[in-house]
Design a protein around this ligand. Sequence first.
Ligand code: ATP
Length: 866
Amino acid sequence: MAIKESDLYKENYKYGLSKHEAKKRLEKYGLNEIKQKKKKSALLIFLSQFNDFIVWVLFAATIISSFLGEIADAISIFVIIFMDAILGFIQEYKTERALEVLKELAAPTAKVIREGKQELIKASELVLGDIVVLETGDRVPADIILIESNSIQSDESILTGESVPVEKLKHDGGKIKNENLLYMGCMITNGSAIGRVIATGMQTEMGKIADMLEKIEETKTPLQEKLNKLGEYLVYIILIICVVVTVMGVLRGENLYKMFLVGVSLAVAAIPEGLPAIVTVSLALGVQKMMKRNALVKKLPAVETLGCTNVICTDKTGTLTQNKMTVRKIYISGREYSVSGEGYDLNGVFLYDSVKVNLKSNFAFNKMMECSVLCNNADIEDNKFIGDPTEIALLVLGAKSGYIKKDLSRFYSKVKENPFDSNRKMMSVIVSKNGKKYMYLKGAAEAVVNKCKYYLLDNNIVNFDNQLRKNILMANDLMAKKALRVLALAYKEITVNESEDELIFIGLCGMIDPPREEVFDAVLECKMAGIIPIMITGDHKLTAEAIAREIRILGEGDRILTGDDLDKLTDNQLEKIIKEVKVFARVNPSHKYKIVKAYKKQGLVVAMTGDGVNDAPAIKEADIGIAMGITGTDVTKETASLILMDDNFTTIVSAVKEGRIIYDNIRKFIRYLLSCNLGEVLTMFLASILKLPIPLLPIQILLVNLATDGFPAMALSLEKGEADIMQKRPRHKNESIFSDGLLYKIMMRGTLIGLCTITSFAFSLYYFGNIIVARTIALGTLILSQLLHVFECRSERKSVFELGIFTNLYLVYAVVSSLIILLFVIYIPFMQKIFYTRSLNLMQLFIVIVFSSMVSIISSLYWYKK
Ligand code: ATP
């Protein structure tokens, strides 16, 4: 819905809409969403299960056989195919749902002003007339007219294809021009702005050319692609075997259509059609599990890559540390004072040599407080702290000496802001009071010192000579060594020159940001898992060093490099030493890119975190780009493959662990499915070359497929992961899914299943002289040996007894239900008619148990140890 121009200025933008009004408008005009392609309905998903060539052939064959009088057979086969379809449906529906949930979680947000307060809401809940606050890195959440703008630029390439960002200006009340508008989906590349929503949802420019908005990628992971290829080959091989089995049966004098049905049923059973679905479900479920641990996977392939991570490059502030800054020390006029008070408690006193002091009459002190509060975008409202923790710490510092932002803003009005940028590591504001203009600036000491010409010595302004500069930098180092983040403050009165120079140096504020408690264990876990944690920070080298040592990222003999060091090194030189470096300090985003490239050149798989717009290239270049969910900008979030909802380093480590578990589980069910299918094919194949009668009838083959392929395989994908999963080295990124002898295990195990089944069949046929009994025994052996095998597949290193039989209850339920089906089929007369079985006596049952467990015994005695 679009807004009328005459209505544009009706509401007061500082107050925004009332919540009531916003709700009314939302109900009236609907969600601010671009309508997406229709979701696949449940019915469609179900029907698509039948959309398979082999299934059609089977259908055709059953119809023919029903014409030939085998109606009961035909019905049973239909029922079984139907049940198979239900199983497939459950798997696929689960996948769709899981991917849907992910999309909802990744929903974009918008900052709005409602009832005078800034809030973060889902972008879909924006309504006409809402007042939106935008900053660099934000994605524009609706079509917006600018009310206030501060050097704002918007990247409109998504709409216009033009890659150069466009400058935008606030609307001055005249005719609305393109330059006054921001369009949904475009990216703010510079500046900040406030605007009013003039169109939402399908009424926006973007809505008009819908379908172009980026969605969560549903691309296939490399593993999925490889498995699809493998699946294709398997189809050919299996089809050839089926043809051979059919032809040999016919040559032996079996009925043609019966053999045809055997061949087709075997194809249905042996083709691992469920494999891609289970892989997707297992990836998607893993993604959901990661979400519960605050890691939002945006690109499915990341799940796989996570398991191979060799290096985690992480920001320090907020990721390794708590981002709860508290100013502990201040330095003015050559003296260092301590500041008392914990966290964001507004009460505290200033101490010199542990003695409380009153600095109210000291001009430098007062200027420091003024600068802390005025050159600051954070806010304290109703005891809520909003904004960047570094700035909140300075507001709290001001409050401790009676400098409250609200009070100061009555005298000072902000004229301009030169925003903080992690490249220049400082920011400044120009404020006016009683017709006079002042500049207040804060930032990293080295940067600020270079902008100052004078120095505030208590109540006097003196020249900032070299000695004073040295003293400041020494005081800065002393604070940094105590793990304090240091900010230097400066100011000047503006007469003409509005640029950031010729300033008066005020002093230093040192703030503590303690490490997160959980980080100590997470760093240790990383190291045990063969993953190198690397700290990359914009902070001072000594601050970084102190914290890195404390949390054990930095050990004996490890190196620290600064941004300056990096500038001096060529790419080649960096690659040579990068493995010794554990901390990169005073870096800017372009260095991050250089670091990622150097690691990748070493063949390592790199995860890299970032929050600002400028971090996007490094995040994109990394194997796993990680964006901060809380402090990250939309640009980084969109480039990233993983978002940390809690900005916490520990979350990365849990995600890596989950990635490893998922990959392990995929190997587990691949091992299970392929060895079982091989066993099935081999049973039929061996029978035909040994010139035995058909060991399993079509309906029996389909039953094997139903009882073993479905739920037990799915249950394997829900394995919790082995206890030592984080004690192994990361797997190599190019490693085959069949590495470490998995293919060998599959072949051996499949062969054993086939051999034991056919032996049980031949033996029973000879011993009991009854084909129905022999087939029932073969059926029992084949199903039971697979159900026993599934427990072995739970681990490649440990036996089921070491793991505990009941540690995966889903698997126990799945196996028990399959066993019940088997017993029903053998013992219930009605089922016997459908499945051509006969009740087995104790001895016959014993044969089934002996042959099927023989498979497990032989393999655990011999093959399994290999
Ligand atoms: P990390 O990379 O560990 O997360 P960071 O991202 O906080 O650290 P930057 O934000 O690049 O690092 O900060 C670098 C330096 O810039 C800080 O050490 C500090 O001196 C200065 N600084 C940080 N925040 C501000 C701010 N809001 N205003 C002025 N200067 C700041």
